[in-house]
Ligand binder design. Sequence first.
Ligand code: ADP
Ligand code: MG
Length: 632
Amino acid sequence: MGIHLLPTEVVDQIAAGEVVERPAHLVKELVENSLDAGADHITLEYSEGGRYVKVVDNGSGIDPADLPKALQRFATSKIEKAADLWRLNSFGFRGEALASIASVSRLTLTSRRPGADTGSRLIADFGKMGPIENVGGSFGTTLVVEDLFSNVPARLKFLKTAAAEGTQIKTVMKALALAYPQVDFKVLCDGQLIFQWLQASSHLQRAQDVLEVEKLYLGESTRQDIRVQAVFADPNTTAKTSKNIWLFAQNRWIQDRSLQVAVQEAYRQLLMHGEFPIAAVWVQMDPENIDVNIHPTKSQVKFVQPGDVFRAVQSAVRGTLEKAPWVQSLAEQHFHSGIDTNPTGNPPSTSFIAKSPEPANFQFQDQNLDRVQFPKKEMLNLETLKKYAPAKIRPAASFASVSDVDSQLSSPPAEFSTMKEEAPAKDLISDVKEAPRKFWSQLDVLGQAHSTYILAQSEKSLFFIDQHAAHERINYEQIMSAWKQGNGPRQDYLFPLVIDLSEEKVQALQIHFSELHRLGIELEVLGPGSVGVKSAAPALKESAIAQVIEKVAFELCQHGDSFQFEKWVGDLCATLACHSSIRAGQALSLPEMKSLLIEMDAFPLSTFCPHGRPVFVEYPFYRLEKDFGRIV
Ligand code: ADP
Ligand code: MG
């Protein structure tokens, strides 16, 4: 066979293999065309797992004379010259999608420009275009695709079940809805309405509708020309895969491993192994700094400054996570609602309150409290209890004052001494004063269960606090902040510990000596292939030091940049924190427990241990009331 140009139909089918590999891709192309046409009402109907698709929009429509061009390859109304590729403000620009789809389906394109007397229609039967007909119909464009891939049996074979293809279509629609909050979307599957997302005023509101997570939080950041908005769930609300991290660049849904990691990194030490964040992130930047033309389905992009984008995303999420807004809402729920109404501990739901037969029965009375508060006589003594546990739950108004918390701290009783070593009370006071909200320190400590869990109560709930997890979290934050301030605790060695490493590793370490020093590990170069440890954090066992240094050196050689270093520091702090924390099974005195709770308030993220396990479990009293049949 001599060399010859391929016929158009073959070229289109080849392109179709790339652009519309699956029905979900087709849906994406069609809906993106509607968005490019400025539509703000878009309805998608599909059946047979997307082999039948209908998209109706109220966008700008197509002139009758242009209808055939719309179905031609490389015909587009969106760009003219190569330079336009760097100033894109539309999804489409290649003019390939409709031509590709038309070559593998029976496609009906109906369109009416706003204000036009009539609409017009063009049918293409597996690539063969019919005549342009005049029709009525509403303003905008309707595209129907039928019998997808009927002429390409090989491709048909690769389609999964209708349900599986449907799942992909739903995912695509969710992504598009997240990208365009201002657009009304309706999705029907086999004639049934499955999604309806009404116009939303913000990303946050749209994300709440689409992700179906009740409470989401917003974080924002800017770095040079990069602007990031991130909406995400608290670390209690997680997913089992990374699929719930939705990423958008210039309103395009993208797959980007690095930004996905940026979101996960922001949750560092807040999630357990196997838990993934639920988050949507929108990144906007000058169009010159992003290339969207690197992938057939345009699902991947290239950033000119990937490092900056990474950091901007990470800090948008982390910035809000660090304020632990979910703890605040927990506090509001517990204390603020207590001021006005509802002293019963019932949940705010009116139906519950209405059903409660005798709400007055469940008020706190001193006697009630006393009965619960002395489960273990030998451990609790009345004097300390009176001093540390307020006899009654305080009304919300008094929580603004931290004076009694402070006075407890400034004259710590003898029992505090063990904890004081690790957490100097003075530092703590200043932190406590700065902390925006008191929650844990306001709880009444009831006792210790199983020598592992601190039992405490608020007006509305009983709390079990894992003493090891709680203390670990506090230590972690203290070590991290010591590192940030450059004064980690150190223990000097009489003779430096010699560690042999490759020259490359020694050099990599050397660059970071000062940072390691701030963490409490002081190194010196002893030769081209060895370092000496002059001092280390007291919590770090001597036997573990060589391993730790080896690991840091390895990481630094592998990745080199300071981000990896920060990540590693986080891990190291978690290890140090774990080794210096109260163990499970260790009996604690009431003041010790109380002081632990006070410390918990000093750090914003203290509701999860550094390994992401929860620090506490809450039992609302209404649940007890229910269990005891006091309410139905
Ligand atoms: P591209 O989107 O890359 O331009 P397509 O093949 O998807 O290529 O579409 C070709 C052209 O058809 C578009 O440039 C646009 O002018 C027109 N078009 C397609 N869908 C619509 C629509 N829903 N509303 C208005 N015009 C449309
Ligand atoms: Mg297009």
